[in-house]
Design a protein. Sequence first.
Length: 676
Amino acid sequence: MTVSRRAAHAVSVETAAIPESLARRVIVEHVRPQIDDGRFPVKRTPGDAVVVVASIFADGHDLIAATLRDGRGASSADAWRETPMSLVAPGTDEWTAPFTVDAVGWHEYAIIAWADRFQTWRHDLEIKFAAAQDVSIELLEGSMLIREAAARAHAANADADARWLLTQADALTGEAPAGARVAIALGDALDAQMRAHADRSRATTTKPLRVWVDRERARFSTWYEMFPRSAGSTPGRSGTFREASARLPDIADLGFDVVYLPPIHPIGRSFRKGRNNSLTCEAGDPGSPWAIGSAEGGHTAIEPGLGTFADFEAFRHAASRVGLEIALDLAWQCSPDHPWVREHPDWFRHRPDGTIKYAENPPKKYQDIYPLDFECEDWRGLWHELLDVTRFWIDRGVRIFRVDNPHTKTFGFWEWLIDHVHARDPHVLFLSEAFTRPALMRRLAKAGFTQSYTYFTWRNTRDELTEYFTELTTTEVREYLRPNLFTNTPDILHAYLQTGGRPAFEARLILAATLGASYGVYSGFERCDSRAVAGTEEYADSEKYQYRRDPRVGDAGDIRELVTKVNHIRRDEPALQFNDSLRFHGSDNPRIIAYSKRSPDLASTIFVVVNLDPHHMQHGWVEAPAAEGAEPPAARIAHDLIDDTRYTWGTAWNYVRFDPGVRQAHIFRMDGPRAV
């Protein structure tokens, strides 16, 4: 028998399965925050809020109900928490609700939204009754809706609620006057119970989105980088961990809370670099700590000149006693003498002649370093070995790692390694040292890095700083990338510091410490060390290639007192411990930058004004943060926290003057009415 095309089509349509999701009337779109459609988590620290916004709408005219659900995830015994969502503004389809994360580790959130038949019925009843229409049928309809809710309450073992709801259903169809029954229908008590037992049978539920919650130091930290081998008292000999311990109280007194150590492992002898990166190594030259590995061991060994594991443990405890936490360098590379070169030659790239290929960044060559090959045949074995090394140091008390050049390793490797580390200890932090293209830096942050190096070093004009930090603090980037603003590094001494003298160091210190909740300096910054190899950003007599640089004060002077003061201000002022509230303000002089930050509770505002010109006096008018209130005061007190001076200011534009060598910046607390 032949079946017509029309009949065959009718049969196929009649028997085709229709996805239940298509019957969901409510649409939830553009949920934020979320990173790459939920591929990566947003980041927070305990006590932080996550403000969720979404477009929520449905066909027709029914009222919508939406709730935000959050919790520790399916693996947690903690109950899910729900927060009702509300419209951002009447007449829009934008809904919002916040929740607060309170524990380190994974957190999840989702939106549940549905067409609310009871609220729609209640709204229509109120309108009809006000228009003096007969509402007897409407009250019968409402009674049926309430009975359905009672059944849901009973199914949820809320029998007391179920009984109460049934009494209300009976009351709506009872003998009382219509007005009394309408009053019951519109009452707050019934509204609360109906919301508690709403009909979500056809609700739209979004896929879970994730939040990774780090400990507080991920958000707010102050780093000091030092080479322990430079702490020795005998020229030509490496300082030991026990000698370096003597420097820790001084670093803590300066107000730092993280002391970062370059690699502490044995240094290779093959092709060892000499002073100032010379290819010729003289007797006694210690080589670069980043050329890791020798006959004494590799990434799980300690350079003999520094001491033993017992000495390292003593150093770590000495740091802890003065409030410092150790950050250790993770550098996945090897010297030609590393044990892995002999044991796992397949973990490295080879040249056509069979020799292992050393590192290059043309025209620079690094013959003392072999990069690992993350595309080798045994890449899984390599990955597991690197995870084991990381856990090795975690087992020895290290909870912060600064990672060298992570952008030269497979992105998926970092996602895998950090996830496995956090599965065992969620308190471990990772700093990405990636001075590279923006897309690569952002991807590393998404992959799990806790903090990230930035372009701060090369942003020196008002426009450069304003544009860059507006991007970091007001766009989606702020949800996953936490900047750590280093003023200098062993590799980078910017021309601004080389030529600007002490005022340049003062300006960069205050910018780093107040623009960012996390910042760092490399040893010598507090002494204004500005000696460079001519025509480069490299330090002269670099500590990377010798035991110590000349410890004398730099030609520009000493700013230890200012460093200490600024770091104490950071600890005392919650506004400076966050980034999201950063706002830039007007200045009629392009050499003067002005910006503010508010504390999370909005109780205080810090207003910073910096002279970016280290050579000349600059003056002009700056726009202060506005005072909040219906009747702003005629004057306010601007309290400079650096020198404890108070100024009486107007509420709008105010005059400032900076003389290099006298004053380079103000850090004001805006006393009086709250500033916004």
